[in-house]
Design a protein around this ligand. Structure first.
Ligand code: PBG
Length: 322
């Protein structure tokens, strides 16, 4: 049935009707706000490549978490800037680590906010790689032990969900076993399953001070041309016990999000990463785009592609405008 019987424009004429027939919505419930926690008191150190984002000391993170909770955002994901780094990233699995301490403090003041802990070593190692190294190579199986120890320490300190992002083979199974043995069988795992070696992580590495001191992460993160491999990574992580899986970055990988949504039954998260945030902020600061409209369009597109959850630095600002 075509023109003139069918006129597609009929349902576009009036804003309330457009709202009624909108197929995709982005609700505060769909969003997760990433936060960077650093040592000190009263410290708010702006991240220059991510306007609007700061490294915050524990006292200020607690305040920030209260605001985020009050906006209806269900969860934050925490990244730590440790006091000191060493080759084995020991602050990642110390019960006195910066994220562990932050989570204990947040749990006291904002107990109803879901705390997600990123489980990786790159913020804590002196060389900035995501695991233990041997020369220039990141050792896989040795790193699994440290990741599992880190997940247990984080869960004991208040993490409601742990999110392994090191892209080591077997990391989900190792963490699941570690949690179960520690009596933490109820702690879910959000696996960074299809995490690409992306140039869009640049600003995050300023924010988390986690740029690798040599080489890059292509030996463990995925190669951008690959799609089948992403599905294999996701299938493996689900087999190993992932409760939720993530595709990262989001915008250049919407096809992967869609395939993952169609093929698997677990909730799919997408990480709208630092470089995606920085591009929008930069263009908006120049007056080249309208930030609120672009953010809405981008988040809607990520949901339309099939993401159930979006990790985004825009979470708080977006929820404020709802
Ligand atoms: C830790 C980690 C990274 C990001 C999230 N977890 C950095 C990396 O892999 O280099 C990037 C997030 C972003 O760019 O917003 N491995």
């Amino acid at each position: 049935m075509g023109f003139p019987i069918r006129r597609m424009r009929r349902l576009r004429g009036m804003a309330p009707v457009r709202r009624m027939v909108a197929e995709t919505r982005v609700h505060a419930d769909d969003l997760i706000q990433p936060l960077f926690v650093c040592p000190g008191r009263g410290v708010a150190r702006p991240v220059s490549s991510m306007p609007g984002q700061s490294q915050l000391s524990i006292d200020l993170i607690v305040r920030e978490c209260r605001e985020i909770r009050d906006l209806g955002i269900p969860a934050v994901i925490l990244f730590g800037i440790p006091e000191k780094k060493d080759p084995l990233g020991s602050e990642a699995y110390s019960d006195d680590g910066i994220v562990q301490r932050a989570m204990r403090a947040i749990k006291v003041e904002v107990p109803d906010l879901c705390l997600i802990a990123d489980v990786c070593l790159c913020e804590y190692t002196s060389h900035g790689h995501c695991g233990e190294i041997d020369g220039e190579r990141v050792k896989n199986d040795e790193t699994l032990v440290l990741l599992a120890r880190s997940a247990v320490s984080l869960a004991r300190s208040g993490a409601d969900i742990v999110a392994p992002s090191a892209m080591m083979d077997g990391q989900v199974a190792a963490i699941r076993r570690g949690l179960d043995e520690a009596g933490l069988a109820s702690t879910p795992i959000l696996a960074y399953a299809a995490k690409y070696a992306s140039a869009f992580y640049g600003p995050f590495r300023d924010a988390a001070e986690s740029a690798p001191a040599f080489g890059d992460r292509r030996g463990y993160q995925m190669d951008p041309p690959n799609r089948r491999e992403a599905l294999a990574e996701i299938a493996l992580d689900i087999e190993e016990g992932a409760d939720l899986v993530m595709v990262k970055p989001a915008l250049a990988y919407l096809d992967i999000i869609r395939e993952a949504r169609d093929r698997f039954e677990v909730p799919i998260a997408a990480y709208n990463v630092s470089g995606e945030y920085a591009m929008i902020k930069a263009a908006a600061a120049n007056g080249w785009i309208r930030e609120d409209a672009v953010v809405r369009e981008v988040l809607t597109a990520i949901r339309r592609a099939g993401a159930d959850l979006i990790l985004t630095y825009f979470a708080k600002e977006y929820a404020k405008r709802l």
